[in-house]
Design a protein around this ligand. Structure first.
Ligand code: FNR
Length: 354
């Protein structure tokens, strides 16, 4: 199960960013049918959330709330991963009134009394270039601020370890902070974090090293920006190099997604449309001697037969299935049944019928 934001956490107050009963039920149910659950993008600090209803893990006193979630996932029988993120220039940057409106649409239990100031925050990014007109112009991070964010990733990983999670997935995809550093579409810096691919990857690799002090680390990357011909952007050859560097830094799994850095990208979304990128990354890892680092494919993989083809054709070592699993929590068991493998239903469902 790949990370999927649910926009159900408290936006403010003592429970800000904490998982609640919704998250326990949601993740616990799906943990009964998949090998691993990766909990949605979780801000390493509150201002690293994607929305004000996202999870965040910036304080030590949050460990018990997150421990309940890790326990619910384990009780379902899956490994528990958590995606740690900083949203960068794609954080909650719109005017407060608009944010309240969209938050209420997502969550009927949204608190009535929240001030606009609590709902959005100044955005940060590699360069002062906004994602789109819907977002505020971000502030360019100083090197000292980059150091602080590396430390925030480390501290959040320590809390995730204390809460009992099995691994961290660092969010290096979809145009959020680490992804935006990788992409020349967003990163126009001239210091050690900009320019060459090595420089653009420096922030991500520092985060991986720091997080790896506490838990095994996977990284999700956007392997292509889907930029138009001649437009600056991250491309597949860049992704292959970055994946090898990630493996050299001890990453145990690479999750390959695409897109998110360019608001106007034309993405040919269709069945298995990102699998080619996973296959290319997997090939690069194998050629560099990292055949032991599994690569996962994701994106409109909607049947057991399609998933099986991706695996047996050697395009990926794992598949992640997102939206179909939202509709059907026991999808994994159903697909195993369809493929003639033991369905591995939870024991209490022994009399269930497919
Ligand atoms: C997502 N996706 C996503 N990706 C990510 O890296 N972190 C996240 O928090 C989210 N949040 C999110 C929320 C919702 C509601 C959706 C539908 C998607 C992307 C997701 O992990 C996955 O890559 C895509 O949904 C494509 O896979 P499927 O859904 O076609 O299997």
């Amino acid at each position: 199960m790949p990370p999927m934001c649910m926009y159900q956490a408290a936006p403010t107050g003592v429970d800000q960013g904490n998982p609640n009963d919704f998250h326990l039920a949601h993740y616990g149910a799906r943990a009964q049918s998949v090998a691993a659950v990766i909990v949605e993008a979780t801000g390493v600090v509150p201002e690293g959330r994607i929305s004000n209803q996202c999870l965040s893990l910036g304080r030590d006193d949050q460990v018990p709330a997150f421990a309940r979630l890790a326990h619910a996932i384990h009780a379902g029988g899956a490994k528990a991963g958590i995606q740690l993120n900083h949203s960068g220039r794609k954080g909650a940057g719109r005017p407060g009134a608009e944010l309240v409106e969209s938050a209420r649409a997502w969550n009927p239990n949204y608190p009535q009394q929240v001030s606009e100031a609590e709902l959005s925050w100044p955005l940060v990014a590699p360069s002062a270039v906004r994602f789109s007109e819907d977002y505020a112009v971000p502030q360019e991070l100083t090197e000292a601020q980059i150091d602080e964010i590396v430390e925030a990733f480390g501290a959040a990983a320590r809390r995730a370890a204390d809460a009992g999670f099995d691994f961290v997935q660092v969010h290096g995809a979809h145009g959020y902070l680490l992804s935006s550093f990788l992409s020349p579409a967003a990163n126009q810096r001239t210091d050690q974090y900009g320019g060459s691919l090595e420089n653009r990857a420096r922030f991500l690799l520092r985060v991986v090293e720091r997080v790896g002090q506490y838990l095994p680390v996977a990284v999700r990357i956007s392997a292509v920006d889907w930029q138009a011909e001649g437009q600056p952007g991250f491309n597949l050859a860049d992704a292959q190099k970055v994946a090898v560097w990630l493996a050299e830094h001890g990453v145990f799994m690479v999750n390959v997604s695409t897109g998110g850095n360019l608001a106007d990208a034309q993405i040919p979304a269709g069945p298995g449309y990102q699998v080619f990128a996973a296959a290319a990354v997997r090939q690069a890892l194998q050629e560099a001697g990292f055949a032991g680092v599994p690569v996962s494919a994701v994106g409109i993989i909607t049947s057991a037969a399609q998933a099986e083809t991706v695996l047996v054709s050697g395009q990926a070592d794992l598949v992640e299935v997102g939206r179909p699993l939202l509709v059907d929590p026991l999808l994994g068991a159903r697909w195993r049944h369809e493929l003639g493998a033991p369905p591995a239903l939870p024991p209490s469902y022994v009399r269930a019928r497919f």
